[in-house]
Design a binder for this molecule. Structure first.
Ligand code: NAP
Ligand code: MG
Length: 483
């Protein structure tokens, strides 16, 4: 049976209903620039209702469930996601312009989050602590309570999956505010969760604008933890709002992640990662490996290899399932083209560009994958997150210089290191400021099992993997004096 839903409705306390005053927003298909459907424009009052519903659910059946029971429901959600993978793929391709294969991978990753956290739910344990004679002291891990989740448009299924999965595993209830440009799979996910037996009010979804529904959620005094993935600018607002209520936040912000290629690297093995880690998803990946930092001895060779690969890349509508789809919106396309123009105006050289296929809809949001070479490390193209299919290459001579360039931005999310030298691998892993270091591979976006998060302006707190479960819970110490 196909699971269907009304895109204009939001989910609060198990009821699908219109947003306050029946307000809606238009959802655009970025492959064509045409109207796809309408979604609800959730208000401050809708968020208030959702937070109250989440508290009611916490006080009910959900709050009394064992971790094993919660885990079973999550596992069931994972199964149902897999049963509905075709529809989730179709919706995501239409809504955010992901080539079908990439959208399918995201749907499968969302199922993996449910499987992983379903299995992990009853494996989070406390400690017993040696203390004074006559005492037994132990720790308990408890849910925060009502958790707020604000997610961006670039990996809607993966990001909702990782934060909702971890929060539910620990027994929290959730209010999810998807990005206004990418709501459909969040709504479908909520329908699937209902079908899998998640009690009413445990997951509430309120679509709407960031500065309305999003701001209301992050400042609501009834929310006990906020998980935010998005830009640095909005991250600051979220932290401020959470600070007013003294609630913890997890901030997954942007990046300008380097891939460092040493002279001795296995270049054939590296090539698919060097390009894919940036250009996949049209470069709209927080962990995109967008800076190629290449040792002088192989610099020209790597530029040639990467250029050939980028030149062969095809850009077109999501349903054509090419290498790259459209960007999320015209606004984003303009931002990325602005960066390309800024590079050219300052005299930077383009080494290669991919091709936009003939016959692409005129109003689609297409940008050519682009490689700039010889980019000075302090140039804005090497410093700022572009969030588009634009890669910059910079040469280096010594290991010390590579570290300096790699660490020379405000960010610290992910780094890839390509070398066969074991000592160099270890030194780089220590010296680089990033939350994830990949040696001879690069996992942009992937790795359900791997703790993920930033240093510096890339944010703090860890999502994914078992580690995230500590963030989605609070530690209580119990000291028993028994003589
Ligand atoms: P964004 O503008 O920061 O939006 C992220 C989310 O915040 C959206 O749901 C947005 O809603 C909401 N929002 C906007 N203004 C808000 C406000 N005043 N109060 C509360 N919520 C608000 O980011 P984006 O443009 O969607 O995504 C691109 C950015 O996200 C990039 O910088 C990228 O690096 C980062 N990102 C990071 C990760 C990571 O894991 N580290 C993953 C993906 C993306 P609306 O969309 O409705 O405005
Ligand atoms: Mg859309």
């Amino acid at each position: 049976m196909t699971i269907s839903f009304n895109t204009e409705q939001i989910l609060i306390g198990g009821q699908w209903r219109n947003a306050e005053n029946n307000q809606t927003l238009d959802l655009i298909n970025p492959s064509t620039g045409e109207l796809l459907c309408k979604i609800g424009r959730g208000s401050e009052n809708d968020i208030d209702d959702a937070v109250k519903a989440a508290q009611t659910a916490l006080d009910g059946e959900w709050g009394r469930m064992t971790a094993t029971q919660r885990g079973r429901i999550l596992t069931k959600i994972g199964e149902k996601i897999l049963e509905n993978v075709d529809e989730l793929t179709r919706l995501e391709s239409l809504d955010v312009g992901k080539p079908t294969t990439q959208a399918r991978n995201d749907a499968i990753a969302m199922a993996r989050y449910m499987e992983f956290y379903g299995g992990a739910a009853d494996k989070v344990m406390g400690h017993t602590i040696p203390y004074m004679d006559g005492y037994t002291v132990y720790t308990l891990r408890e849910p925060h309570g009502v958790t707020g989740h604000i997610v961006p448009w670039n990996y809607p299924m993966q990001i909702a999956g990782r934060c909702i999965g971890g929060a539910l595993a620990m027994g929290n209830t959730c209010v999810l505010k998807p990005a206004e440009e990418a709501c459909l799979t969040a709504l479908m996910f909520a329908r699937i969760a209902e079908e899998a037996g998640l009690p009413k009010g445990v997951l509430n979804v309120v679509t709407g604008l960031g500065n309305e529904a999003g701001a209301a959620l992050s400042s609501h005094p009834g929310v006990h933890h906020i998980s935010f993935t998005g830009s640095v600018g909005v991250g600051k607002l979220i932290e401020k709002a959470a600070g007013e209520n003294i609630v913890p936040v997890t901030l997954e912000l942007g990046g300008k992640s380097p891939q460092i290629v040493f002279d001795d690297a296995d270049l054939d093995a590296a090539l698919p990662f060097l390009v894919g880690a940036c250009i996949q998803n049209g470069g709209q990946t927080c962990s995109a490996g967008s800076r190629l930092i290449i040792q002088r001895g192989v610099y020209e060779k790597v530029i040639k290899m990467v250029s050939e690969k980028i030149s062969a890349m095809k850009v077109g509508p999501a349903t054509d399932d090419l290498d790259v789809g459209p960007l999320i919106s015209k606004k984003q396309r303009d931002v990325v083209e602005g960066y390309i123009n800024a590079g050219l105006e300052s005299g930077l050289k383009i080494a290669a560009q991919g091709q936009i296929m003939e016959g692409c809809p005129e109003n689609g949001c297409y940008v050519k994958p682009t490689l700039f070479r010889d980019v000075p490390p302090d140039h804005k193209l090497a410093q700022e997150e572009i969030f588009g299919p634009v890669q910059v290459a910079t040469p280096f001579d010594s290991e010390e210089e590579a570290v300096k360039i790699a660490n020379g931005t405000d960010y610290g999310l992910v780094t890839g290191v390509w070398t066969r030298d074991g000592g160099c691998q270890m030194r780089m892993a220590k010296a680089i400021k990033a939350g994830q270091i990949f040696i001879n591979n690069y996992g942009a976006g992937g790795g359900v099992e791997l703790p993920f998060g930033g240093m510096r302006k890339s944010g703090f707190g860890r999502e994914k993997g078992f580690e995230a479960l500590y963030g989605f819970s609070v530690l209580k110490t119990v000291a028993v004096r028994h003589g």
